[in-house]
Design a protein around this ligand. Structure first.
Ligand code: BMA
Length: 858
């Protein structure tokens, strides 16, 4: 018998050196509790971040008084469970210290049997400042470990970067998209549980071998019992029941029950099939009547990382149920600086965004947290694979025995918590540490190792190897047998010599390509710099005007204002955006226009990269752009801002990630159209390519019947620029391609221009919108038309929500219909007839148009 009681409530908090207790929220953290009590302003507003750095230098405590729930004290074993304590904490129950915690990522479960009384139990959680706690560790070590993104200066610590000592979300200490808010608090649920006789503490459905014909599974059941006993273990799933006689010991017993399922309904990622999930329920009955049960949900699938030698080097792709997966998606960072503020609805919005954008993979990046259960549940349900990093990023970490032991326990807790999720495709040791340190290549990396003596270097690298080449892979293999482990992202291969580091465009492993952006290379380099799996690449943009207005005042609305700079964490970010914008786009009229243009610029860059990667299939088998979300309102690489507003890139990604699409690339006067098919079945259809001038006149048209094998790509049309253009003006003509299925259904459209956007002879379009209600009457449907090419048409609605399409090029004579989808899901969208409910603009509204004379030929 075991019961989980309601969460503990009635919390209060204060700084150690204060006397007055204030109401607090659990889960929560100090910063948000201070805001709620009116003691500090909104930390994300203007430059408030700077003035709130005192919070992490203080010690904080949380307390509550609770009665034992009915029946609780009659159970013979009682426990207090914290799903997350951030970070250095002592827990005191009725005056007795029961726990000392030092890792935000661990599950803290402590026995309190005999300590509780029926009424008025006191529970005190005392957090020590992570700053005060870790500064002495730096002193003791005697040298500073690299921690590239730790904003110690902003935190008032000079160059003392101490983030590496705490097992705490690295991004709390600042990042090149994130503020520095080093939180403290009970950040996940806290509850009491009690049991007698026996309980099932864990149920793991180990997938020993899964094929379309048979699934060989083992239910691994961990039982805790007060005394040894005989009994029966029963397992039910998919309408069947398996039973086995068992014997349990006093203490923990691990039971294994083999399950064989014929023709199992498999779990597939988006695009390859249904994401079928099954419930498994284990019931234990012991002689004498003791009983316990536990249920889990999982999907049946075989998943592996395929790295096989080939002519170019070695492959790198995920194979799901025997089918190669071309991974499409993005990197995920935490959704908030204050993690407990992330509501279920925000997780739902993020994963719904990923699914609607035709993604099939997200990478949970190593500078954040092992995500909440809900994140993975939603990925399971939506067929989104997860590349899961362990939480280490862009730093080198200590390697003393206590640290290593802590890391091991953290890995075990999270592997056990997450291992039933079929979405998990790969565990990765860390973000960018192997390539940044570049141990075997003297002049490679980020210049990290150069300041150290040989002895120090050896020590730091040995510590690295202990975690990433021994402790973590060993934990993955023991707790999730067969699951792929990849030591670092990016990595060429674990060779133990200078070939190991992915410091260039290697023919194996995964690649973070930052030549565009950090390296100032032109967008066109996306077409050439392609690896076997592109796990990061990105380009920044600003949030839209309505979002910027939420953190800035009118006076702050210029690029170099103090507020804008405080919300741009990449030192050279604004300069880079401006420089690239000068290269590619017409000049924006004003600051709000600049925001819009920054989004269009980013979207163009990312679409180019995504499509280049997809055209290079099967050499390249994955494209995950940096990054889908934000943890506060900021200029960043995100495709959706902190408020969940889709940036232009999100709509472009949705189009460029379509399972079946056609992509055009021009080199040496030839425009190559390539069809890409990620579906497992052959695609047949018709490609229509038309040369249209900006007023809508069709100058040339070609139609081709096309056929692309399941999972394949095919060159479908080669258009000679000179031949097609003839004497048409390249600045006023566009190649418009549309791909239709055999039944005529429109699958994808794309446009190819013969000049960069800044050189196009754009004119002010007469944009018309017709609004009607959607079939269910809840939403709105808009049909747009124009008289001249309208570039990057941007629809905005007063209501919160997203459009089915946005930031698209509208051609004269080709009406385009989009729907508005209100957020949260199910809420009523604007009424079609409402004036001002929706605004429609295009690039011509935001940029200085070229002088008319220059743009009209003849
Ligand atoms: C990648 C990430 C992050 C960073 C991003 C942009 O390397 O892993 O560390 O935010 O680049 O610079």
């Amino acid at each position: 018998m075991s019961k989980k009681v309601e969460k503990l409530a009635g919390w209060r908090f204060k700084a150690w050196d204060e006397t007055e207790w204030m109401p607090a929220e659990v889960p929560g953290c100090v910063h948000t509790d201070l805001v709620r009590n009116g003691l500090i302003p909104d930390p994300f507003y203007e430059t408030n971040e700077k003035n709130l750095q005192w919070i992490d230098k203080k010690d904080w405590e949380y307390e509550t008084v609770f009665d034992a729930p009915a029946g609780f004290l009659e159970e013979s074993r009682q426990e207090l469970v914290f799903e997350g304590l951030d970070t250095y904490a002592e827990v005191i129950v009725n005056g007795r210290k029961i726990l000392s915690a030092d890792n935000m990522f661990r599950l803290w479960q402590t026995e309190v049997t005999g300590l509780l009384k029926p009424q008025g139990n006191s529970l005190l959680v005392r957090f020590r400042s992570p700053i005060k706690e870790d500064l002495p560790k730096l002193e003791r070590l005697g040298y500073a470990l690299p921690a590239a993104n730790d904003q110690s200066e902003l935190g008032g610590l000079g160059d003392k970067k101490i983030s590496v000592f705490a097992r705490k979300a690295p991004y709390h200490y600042g990042w090149d998209w994130g503020p520095r808010f080093v939180t403290s608090g009970i950040w996940r649920d806290a509850w009491l549980t009690a049991w007698s006789d026996c309980r099932i503490t864990d149920l793991f459905i180990r997938q020993d071998k899964v094929t379309a014909e048979t699934a060989w599974l083992t239910a691994v059941v961990t039982v805790e019992a007060e005394r040894a006993a005989q009994g029966t273990l029963r397992l039910s799933a998919v309408g069947r029941t398996w039973e086995q006689s068992v014997a349990v010991e006093a203490g923990f017993t691990r039971l294994e029950l083999p399950l064989v399922l014929d023709r199992p309904a498999l779990w597939w990622c988006r695009g390859l099939g249904e994401a079928t999930l099954h419930a498994f329920r284990a019931e234990l009955e012991l002689a004498g009547g003791a009983a316990s049960e536990k249920s889990v949900r999982t999907g049946l699938r075989s998943v592996r990382l395929v790295r096989e030698r080939d002519e170019a080097g070695a492959s790198f792709f995920i194979e799901l149920n025997g089918k190669p997966v071309f991974a499409k998606g993005a990197n995920h960072i935490p959704n908030d600086s204050f993690l407990p503020s992330v509501t279920d609805e925000r997780y739902r919005h993020e994963i719904a965004t990923a699914a609607a954008s035709n993604m099939n993979m997200l990478r949970v990046w190593g500078g954040g947290v092992y995500e909440d259960d809900l994140f993975y549940e939603l990925c399971d349900e939506n067929g989104i694979l997860v590349w899961q990093d362990f939480m280490f990023a862009c730093s080198m970490y200590p390697g003393d025995a206590a640290f290593l032991e802590n890391v091991k326990a953290e890995a075990e807790d999270n592997l056990v918590r997450l291992r039933n999720h079929p979405c998990l495709a790969l565990w990765c040791g860390n973000n960018e540490m192997d390539s940044a340190w570049a141990h075997f290549k003297e002049n490679a990396g980020w210049g990290w190792k150069q300041p150290f003596s040989q002895a120090q270097r050896d020590k730091i690298w040995n510590d690295y190897e202990a975690v990433f080449h021994r402790i973590l892979p060993e934990a993955v293999e023991r707790l999730m047998p067969g699951m792929a482990y990849w030591p670092s992202s990016p990595l060429f291969e674990l060779t133990g010599d200078m070939r190991q580091h992915a410091t260039g465009m290697a023919g194996g492993g995964d690649i973070h390509y930052w030549g565009v952006w950090h390296g100032k290379e032109p967008f066109e380099d996306y077409n050439r710099k392609i690896g076997r799996f592109m796990s990061e690449y990105g380009f920044q943009s600003f949030p839209e005007w309505s979002s910027v207005q939420r953190y800035a005042e009118d006076k702050d609305m210029e690029l170099e204002s103090e507020v804008m700079l405080a919300h741009q964490k990449n030192g050279r970010g604004n300069t880079l955006i401006k420089e690239y914008m000068d290269e590619y786009l017409p000049v924006p009229k004003d600051f709000p226009s600049f925001l819009y243009a920054s989004q269009v610029l980013q979207a163009d860059a990312m679409a180019m990269a995504i499509e280049a990667h997809r055209r290079s299939k099967p050499y390249c088998m994955g494209t995950l752009y940096w990054q889908i979300n934000d943890c506060w309102p900021v200029a960043s690489w995100s495709s959706m801002d902190y408020y969940g507003k889709w940036k232009a890139i999100q709509y472009h990604a949705k189009r460029s990630f379509r399972d079946v699409m056609v992509s055009a690339e021009e080199t040496d006067g030839l425009v190559r159209f390539t069809a890409v098919n990620d579906l497992p079945v052959e695609f047949r259809g018709r490609l229509t390519v038309r040369l249209i001038d900006f007023s809508g006149r069709c100058l040339k048209e070609e139609n081709v019947e096309i056929q692309v094998a399941g999972g394949g790509t095919a060159p479908v049309l080669l258009a000679d620029r000179g031949e097609w253009l003839g004497d048409a003006d390249p600045a006023q003509t566009v190649l418009a391609a549309s791909l239709a299925a055999e039944d005529g259904a429109l699958i994808h459209t794309t446009e190819h221009y013969f000049a960069r956007t800044k050189a196009l002879a754009l004119q002010k379009p007469d944009l018309r919108v017709e609004v009607s209600a959607t079939a269910d009457g809840k939403g709105a449907r808009l049909t747009l038309t124009t008289d001249t090419l309208a570039k990057q048409v941007w629809l905005t609605a007063e209501a919160d929500g997203i459009f089915s399409d946005n930031y698209f090029d509208l051609l004269p004579g080709v009406p385009h219909t989009v729907e508005f989808l209100a957020r949260p899901e199910g809420s009523v969208a604007f009424l079609p007839a409402e004036p001002g409910a929706v605004t429609v603009r295009s690039m011509a509204d935001f940029v200085h148009l070229p002088a008319q004379e220059g743009s009209v030929r003849g």
